[in-house]
Write a protein that binds this ligand. Structure first.
Ligand code: SF4
Length: 269
């Protein structure tokens, strides 16, 4: 802190690894803007066993390629994570329920699509980081919102200390993607035909994605299969009311007879 009560500015990028926050870092680098810290929040499936929730190829790209490259540009990159993990919430026992008292004492089980508790594992460490940092510094956030994202920009303009370099340079979402590509900094999730990242156990995934998980990372898929056998859970379904068994049958049917045209990422079917 400099002077009496005057906080120094600290320039921060909250990096998801997606194209927009990555393009923001590239733009800062091109424009010679000093970023003091790039922060990424990583979610654990099983923290004890060091099993991440992230897409495997994406995590490898983050840790082995993108992070070292940003560091070579002189930017400090910090990976933060919660003390809790997916399994903590899966085995968390319901404390009370006026509507369904019969569920009190049961494990919560699989996260519910649309009400996912795992989101907190990503958001909490960032909130904590910002809270701590703001005690000492005036945090200027460089956010990855593109020039063609008007509603998001309008919200951003109402907030204090947020800047979008993508907006300032007039870059659209497509141009942000091209910018990442030109630096070899487009996460492999985009090459897998995905529009955004997400946890490998996400209930919002399409059957096509679950089929990919079953074929390419059967140990992870089988972990879900084993969790589905746990009794005494509040949530009995895995994906929008369907049990894991039902979803698994759809996955097998997809693998046996894949459609000619790939389904969209989050088709919720
Ligand atoms: S990607 Fe899916 S499982 Fe992960 S936090 Fe988001 S909604 Fe939850």
């Amino acid at each position: 802190m400099s002077g009496k009560g005057i906080k120094e500015n600290i320039r921060v990028v909250l990096w998801s690894g997606g194209k927009d926050s990555t393009a923001t870092i590239i733009l800062a680098h091109e424009l010679g803007i000093k970023i003091d810290l790039i922060v990424m929040s990583l979610v654990w499936f099983d923290k004890k066993k060091k099993i991440s929730a992230e897409n495997t190829a994406h995590l490898k790209w983050v840790t082995e390629y993108a992070k070292p490259l940003f560091e070579s540009w002189g930017y400090k990159v910090e990976l933060v994570s919660s003390d809790k993990d997916y399994l903590y919430y899966f085995y968390f026992k319901r404390q009370k329920s006026e509507k369904h008292p019969e569920t009190v004492g049961k494990y919560y089980g699989f996260p519910l699509g649309g009400f996912c508790r795992i989101q907190r594992l990503k958001e909490e460490p960032i909130k904590q980081f910002l809270k701590q940092t703001r005690k000492q510094f005036n945090v200027i956030e460089y956010v990855g919102i593109c020039a063609d994202e008007k509603p998001r920009l309008e919200k951003m303009h109402k907030r204090k200390n947020q800047i979008s370099l993508l907006e300032q340079s007039g870059a659209t979402q497509q141009q942000a993607k091209e910018k990442c590509k030109s630096y070899g900094l487009l996460s492999p999730i985009y090459q897998q035909g995905k529009k955004r990242g997400g946890c490998w156990f996400c209930p919002n995934q399409s059957i096509a994605e679950l089929a990919e998980l079953k074929q390419n990372e059967p140990q992870k898929y089988n972990t879900l299969k084993e969790l589905a056998k746990v009794e005494n859970t509040v949530v009995r379904g895995f994906k929008y009311g369907k049990t894991f068994e039902q979803v698994d049958a759809e996955v097998d049917a997809y693998i046996a007879n894949p459609p000619a045209v790939q389904l969209s990422l989050f088709d919720y079917i």
